[in-house]
Write a protein that binds this ligand. Structure first.
Ligand code: ACM
Ligand code: ZN
Length: 759
């Protein structure tokens, strides 16, 4: 084979060809095949769905030219004989004189090859020719998935198909359809009509940031008929994409309980929920009619979805009702179950038997299904980190990785100040691209249990299809490449270059792809002398010109060097940093991106006597909330409530903070900010003790501040008094264990702090 390539392509070049995901191997020659000639499609052995799809695409991409040609352009799709030595979904593609050939030993492989064909023609058809080339390609992982929540907000069939088109374009092969939850039941079940008559509709929706607990009263709902489900499943099948339906149990069941109240422990009444979150009312695990209900639902679901996996949810099921329900307690006694986790496991194993023995399918569930004992044949979807996936693989179960840190595309992808309201988190494109699905600590002989990964699009804060696209794209392209392309071929800079061309194709396909990648991030670092900050500028594409305005003005009368004028300096920055030592605003933007200048990133810096001064911590922050290290507390940036993952430091312990102000001086005010977001387990400190010192060894009391009542959002713990000192120390006592009545009760509370103020 090698020998033949050398003959065909005397000047072979290796290239990615602008393809996303990048192929395993692509070799390019110097000659070119004309794309002007009339074409013929020849498809020996190819499945008819693929032929129909490709024919349609060719008509758009290669309008039958009026060029007089000796020979037509022959495009061949060839199903070759089965070859078990080749990896699954393998395909080859060659371009020679008047001929483009895609070949594969499987229908799925052939379809993947045609996705490469389409991307190549999109790039080369406008130039009239395509270089000779040979591509051989196959995926790294067998499960390359995207999820879509159609409950929190509901999406029409046409949009679901468009979403599936995107999966197909990037050679993904699994669509996880989240069909039931507390806020709606979205799949018609003939044996239980109230699920959609009642359960598909809610009286209103939560609006705005979760912490505000605000709701509208606009009725909302919708569901898919079984005919529509069949239509989507067939559409996906034609693109060799498995549809994995998710029917949530035993938690996230309020829509089902509202439809059939006898399925809950208390008998209701229940309502389809307007708000997001986790609810204590769940399916009663002691009630035989629940088991019958789930069996009836599953009977229709397996009819509609022919794929190998049924997703049974299993996440976030509070055990409160079960603890006080006579039926649930009786079940535990009858079955010899020692706690409510085992009761959940009992229910899941019961359902597993129905699905596995009754229908020959497999179950997959969120990682909580491991609590109380994992069902013998279940696969695990690891979302609360990677531990669930690792534990599953170690015990011989398959796992799909979907950790919140890298695979939740409802998180922010850029600066929260420039992005639409999102769930939280900070998962920029580059972080997704850097994701490695095989956990480093997993033993090599278990790697084969990691089937792949999946990107999740939960839609609490997503109200339009445009916004779904914005959150999913381009992050799903990064994940598609992680899952398809060999690890050693992954190259972030090259991916971002290819993405630039791909944005043009996404525009043509009317996909609202996010360009947040081109936002300029404005990041402070400790300057080379105390009291000075180096501001660094960075955008997702290296070499992209960035400009900034540096605006100083009298923002605060107590700034160390108040100025009475307003000064605006304009600058070009590609490398290096801007040193600042007084309060100012910086606005920065990138130029020369595919769409011209991006929106401006704006950052205010407010200097006080502690800013950019040496700081020490008695305990380092938790690695999840330690983006900028201790310097974050003195970086001149007052953390915003929305920027939880970038501007706040988080601890589960108490902490003492000591700052050297550089010289003995008069001090009138010392304080620190803390965050209160109880729904996210973040509680304000119980108290803060502030001290001061001349020598850094002997500290005197300055102020002691107790937690204010009804602390909400950002709370300041500060004291005022006149002293002379060089050092300040703040001893912060966290809230400890989360009290009853709050989400996460019994777990350690998070302590979130930012910005020490000394004036
Ligand atoms: C989940 O995000 N609750 C699986
Ligand atoms: Zn019960």
């Amino acid at each position: 084979m090698r020998h033949l390539i050398a003959l065909l392509f005397p000047l072979a070049l290796h290239a990615q060809h602008g393809l996303v995901p990048a192929p395993v191997e692509a070799v390019t020659g110097t000659d070119r095949c004309s794309l002007h000639c009339p074409w013929v499609l020849d498809a020996p052995g190819a499945d008819t769905a693929t032929v129909r799809i490709v024919e349609q695409e060719l008509r758009t991409l290669l309008p039958r030219g009026g060029m007089a040609c000796l020979l037509p352009l022959r495009i061949t799709l060839e199903r070759t004989s089965p070859d078990t030595l080749l990896p699954a979904e393998w395909y080859g593609l060659t371009v020679g004189a008047n001929h483009i050939r895609v070949h594969a030993p499987t229908d799925a492989g052939l379809f993947r090859g045609t996705r490469t064909l389409v991307q190549l023609l999109e790039q080369h058809a406008p130039t009239g020719s395509i270089p000779f080339m040979r591509i051989t390609d196959h995926p790294r992982f067998p499960w390359r998935g995207m999820h879509l929540d159609v409950v929190r907000h509901f999406w029409p069939v046409d949009f679901v198909k468009k979403y599936i088109d995107l999966l197909a374009r990037y050679k993904m092969n699994s669509f996880h359809w989240h069909l039931t939850d507390d806020q709606g039941w979205r799949i018609e079940i003939k044996a239980r009509p109230k699920l959609t008559e009642v359960g598909a509709w809610r009286k209103g929706s939560q609006v705005g940031p979760y912490s505000r607990l605000e709701y509208d009263s606009i009725p909302y709902g919708g569901f898919y008929t079984q005919d529509e489900i069949r239509e989507v499943v067939a559409y996906a099948k034609a693109r060799h994409i498995n549809v994995v339906p998710e029917i949530e149990m035993p938690g996230h069941a309020m829509a089902a309980l509202a439809s059939y109240p006898h399925l809950g422990c208390t008998g209701g009444p229940y309502e389809v929920q307007r708000g997001w979150g986790v609810f204590d009312d769940v399916f009663c695990a002691g009630n035989d009619s629940v088991v019958q209900f789930l069996a009836d639902v599953i009977a229709e679901v397996v009819e509609l979805f022919p794929g190998p996996y049924i997703h049974i949810g299993g996440d976030e099921c509070p055990k409160e009702r079960w603890k006080t329900c006579a039926k649930c307690q009786q079940r535990m006694q009858d079955e010899g179950l020692s706690d409510e986790h085992e009761l959940q496991s009992w229910l899941i194993q019961h359902i597993e038997k129905i699905i596995v023995l009754g229908y020959g399918r497999q179950i997959i569930g969120w990682d909580e299904i491991m609590e109380g004992g994992l069902a013998p044949t279940a696969a695990v979807m690891s979302w609360r980190g990677t531990e669930g996936g690792i534990a599953a693989a170690r015990s011989g179960h398959d796992a799909v990785m979907s950790p919140g840190s890298h695979c939740y595309f409802d998180h922010y992808q850029g600066d929260p100040a420039q992005e639409p309201l999102a769930f939280g988190g900070h998962t920029p494109l580059q972080k997704v691209y850097a994701y490695e699905p095989i956990p480093a600590e997993l033993e090599p002989d278990r790697h084969h249990h990691i089937l792949g990964a999946q990107g999740n699009v939960w839609t609490e804060y997503i109200l339009t299809t445009d916004h779904v696209e914005y959150m999913a794209v381009p992050r799903m392209l990064a994940l598609a490449e992680v899952l398809w392309t060999p690890k050693e071929k992954r190259d972030e800079a090259d991916f971002i270059r290819r993405l630039e061309d791909e944005f043009a194709q996404l525009d043509r396909l009317e996909v609202n792809a996010s360009r947040s990648l081109y936002q300029v991030s404005v990041t402070p670092q400790q300057g080379d002398v105390p009291g000075r900050i180096d501001v660094h500028f960075r955008t997702g594409r290296t070499g992209m010109p960035m400009r900034y305005d540096h605006i100083t003005e009298v923002l605060y009368p107590d700034a160390p060097d108040p100025r009475n004028d307003l000064e605006v300096r304009h600058g070009d920055v590609v490398d290096g940093a801007l040193a600042i030592d007084r309060s100012c605003r910086i606005e920065a933007w990138a130029e020369g991106g595919p769409d011209g200048p991006m929106s401006r990133s704006r950052q205010a810096f407010r200097f006080n006597k502690a800013t950019a001064r040496p700081i020490t911590l008695s305990v380092q922050p938790n690695e999840r909330y330690n983006a900028g290290g201790a310097f974050t507390l003195v970086d001149g940036i007052t953390a915003q409530v929305r920027r939880v993952n970038t501007e706040w430091l988080g601890w589960k312990e108490d902490v003492a903070i000591t700052i050297d102000l550089g010289r003995v001086q008069d001090i009138a005010h010392i304080g620190i900010g803390a965050l209160s977001e109880p729904h996210a387990w973040i509680h304000p400190p119980e108290h803060v003790t502030i001290m001061h010192s001349l020598d850094g060894a002997n500290f005197l009391p300055f102020a002691a501040i107790e937690r204010p009542k009804n602390a909400k959002g950002r709370t300041s713990y500060a004291g005022d008094r006149r002293v002379t000192a060089r050092y300040v120390r703040l001893k912060v006592k966290g809230a400890g264990t989360i009290p009853e009545g709050f989400p996460g009760a019994g777990n350690p509370a998070w302590l979130f702090l930012d910005e020490v103020e000394v004036r």
